[in-house]
Ligand binder design. Structure first.
Ligand code: 13P
Length: 292
């Protein structure tokens, strides 16, 4: 099996696991969000991962990918580029061949388990040969978000430790368990019901083999982020939770503000939320844990 210990996504999450903190994985759709990641990471002296969906290449050829990769390589703190929820072989191969992604989520969770496992095994091998780290989702996280196929019509399936082990055997580097988390809105903090005892059992089987990552963090409070990190989550994917102030601002100001001011203030509002999150998950000040 290829040695991925020097892969930057692997090193960032390994350092987080060793240090007992989490790292933001920020879903980015546009320039403002990508720049906000760098500004937040540098001002908080924190590692950070930029997450793009395969949508980015459908929309912008390789241009958004190149921009995000350039930001990761030129930042003064450890940053890496991750392809999130790549749901087809074609999307994975297209992204891998750009040579820009440090890690890819091989998301075959819309297939039944056996097919999910066999496709994951094949695609993990493909990525590893190119030096790209991988992530998979045993079970199925319910819900959907812009850029990800909605599995709402498929039954959500909580991950068992046995399944986690089967997926670890495919060679993956990061594991995204379904523990009651959902993509998209929870419709109230009171509806966020995470099965921490289940996560503890998964953590035991995953220990020293893979890092565990959290999906579905919409509406999370700082306390919920902290609880997830304490329970072993090393990367916490965020989307709406860091965009909410930006979206409010855009709804009020689009078309009424000079473009430069609109972009700068939009970037600042996303940066502010990412910084808030870095404080919550404990990555603030931890950039030095990973040499770049
Ligand atoms: P949501 O919290 O908006 O579902 O997105 C974060 C995520 O998990 C992306 O993979």
């Amino acid at each position: 099996m290829p040695d991925l210990s020097q892969n930057i996504s692997v090193r960032i999450l390994k350092a987080a696991a060793d240090g007992g903190y989490g790292v933001p994985g920020v879903v980015c759709y546009n320039l403002e969000a990508i720049i906000a990641c760098r500004r937040a990471a540098e001002s908080k002296n924190s590692p950070c991962q930029i997450l793009l969906f395969p949508w980015a290449q459908d929309y912008a050829y390789d241009n958004l990918v190149n921009l995000a990769a350039d930001v990761c390589r030129s930042a003064s703190v450890p940053m890496s580029l991750h392809l999130d929820h790549a749901q087809s072989e074609q999307a994975i191969k297209r992204a891998a061949h750009t040579g820009k992604f440090d890690s890819i989520m091989v998301d075959m969770s819309h297939y039944e388990k056996e097919e999910n496992l066999s496709r994951t095994t094949e695609l993990v091998n493909f990525c590893h040969k190119l030096g790209i780290a991988t992530e998979a989702e045993p079970g199925r996280i319910n819900g959907g978000e812009a850029g990800v196929q909605d599995t709402g019509d498929l039954e959500g399936i909580l991950t068992t430790p046995e399944e986690a082990l089967q997926f670890i055997a495919t060679g993956i580097d990061f594991l995204a368990p379904a523990i009651g988390n959902v993509h998209g809105p929870y419709h109230g903090v009171e509806n966020i019901k995470l099965d921490f005892p289940r996560l503890q059992r998964i953590r035991e089987v995953a220990k020293d083999k893979v890092q565990i990552v959290m999906h579905g963090t919409n509406e999370f409070t700082a306390d919920i982020f902290k609880e997830c990190v304490k329970a072993g989550m090393t990367r916490l994917n965020v989307n709406q939770v860091v965009l909410l102030n930006y979206e409010k601002y855009a709804a009020e100001k689009a078309g009424r503000t000079p473009a430069t001011e609109f972009m700068e203030e939009g970037t600042r509002l996303i940066q502010e939320r990412i910084e808030w999150m870095m404080d919550a998950v404990g990555s603030t000040g931890r950039a030095g844990d990973v040499k770049i």
